[in-house]
Design a protein around this ligand. Structure first.
Ligand code: GLU
Length: 299
């Protein structure tokens, strides 16, 4: 049986206190959505991560707290909301764990690998690009979404920026420990890159005129623009591919395969599209795209 609940989609800049980012008001859009059905009478191989988590009735998840649409802390409930959060709930439900058994920890870009490696969290669902460097430290299920690096500028695009080549000699903000920061360092070294720990601070710097652009994944930037269109504009010319995976302990292949199965079931049942529509889609006004194929061999 699917349990009805009210999801408060933080569509208008409900950014966590201290994270800055938007002054566009605090209205939450109330939407009805269905919590994922919690699996009953599931049995998992003895000694598997799935069995351990199921027995504990608890799943610990690292996610973002300042990214509208993906993971944004609702200060009223003290719980993050967004697409990544919904993906975590789907995984928990398949493990037989209800939403109140899921605990979230803010995982900024730079602490995702360490949090998995030192067991601070069971999984990371945090706009987390699957790549070879990270795959040496953690394993990934997915991808469950494919973004691309883009650029956000001040509304009206006063510098006329059309792509990364136009950023040469300009001061641009991104986040430490992110693939977009790494891409700028390695491929566009003429850019004067400044980094911080979270994207909402980059958005603040753009608003204050301290930087001329923010660079990260298009879908993250689109949500910032949607929450404050008077301040921001998306260039809309993605120049990398960023497949989002669910980070888990290195070489826990059974757990990775289990999560891949959960994703495929959610693609099939429409639960994935519903999660997108209620979160990213509600903020950006976009329809759920075709889900990417789950890549269980290389991730
Ligand atoms: N997807 C990119 C990454 O994993 C950028 C977004 C982020 O920093 O969370 O590094």
């Amino acid at each position: 049986m699917r349990v009805k609940r009210l999801a408060f989609v933080a569509a208008f800049g409900l950014l966590a206190a201290g994270c800055g980012g938007s002054d566009a008001g605090n209205e939450a859009e109330e939407e009805e959505s269905a919590a994922p059905t919690v699996a009953e009478e599931v049995s998992f191989p003895e000694g598997s991560t799935m069995a351990e988590l199921n027995e504990a009735g608890a799943l610990s998840v690292g996610t973002k707290y300042d990214q509208p649409g993906f993971g944004l802390l609702n200060p009223t409930t003290d719980t993050p909301e967004g697409f990544d959060v919904e993906i975590a709930y789907l995984i928990a439900a398949a493990l037989g764990i209800p939403e109140d058994g899921v605990t979230f920890t803010e995982s900024v870009s730079a602490n995702r690998e360490p949090f998995i490696q030192n067991d601070s969290v069971d999984i990371v669902v945090a706009t987390y690009t699957i790549n070879d460097t990270r795959k040496e430290l953690v394993s990934f299920a997915g991808p469950y979404y494919v973004a691309g690096q883009d650029i956000m500028v001040a509304a009206g695009n006063p510098e006329g920026i059309t792509g990364p080549d136009d950023l040469a000699g300009k001061t641009v903000c991104s986040v430490e420990g992110s693939t977009p920061a790494e891409t700028i360092r390695t491929t566009y070294p003429e850019v004067n890159l400044v980094t911080t720990d979270v994207y909402s601070k980059c958005a603040d710097q753009l608003k204050n005129g301290e930087v001329v652009a923010v660079t990260t994944d298009n879908v993250i930037l689109t949500a910032f623009v949607a929450t404050d269109p008077e301040s921001f504009e998306l260039v809309g010319n993605p120049f990398t591919e960023e497949p989002y995976g669910i980070g888990l302990a290195l070489d826990d292949d059974d757990f990775r395969d289990f999560i891949n199965d959960v994703l495929e079931d959610a693609y099939e049942s429409g639960a994935w599209a519903e999660a997108y529509d209620n979160t990213v889609g509600a903020i950006t006004g976009t329809e759920a795209p075709e889900p990417p194929s789950v890549d269980r061999y290389t991730s």
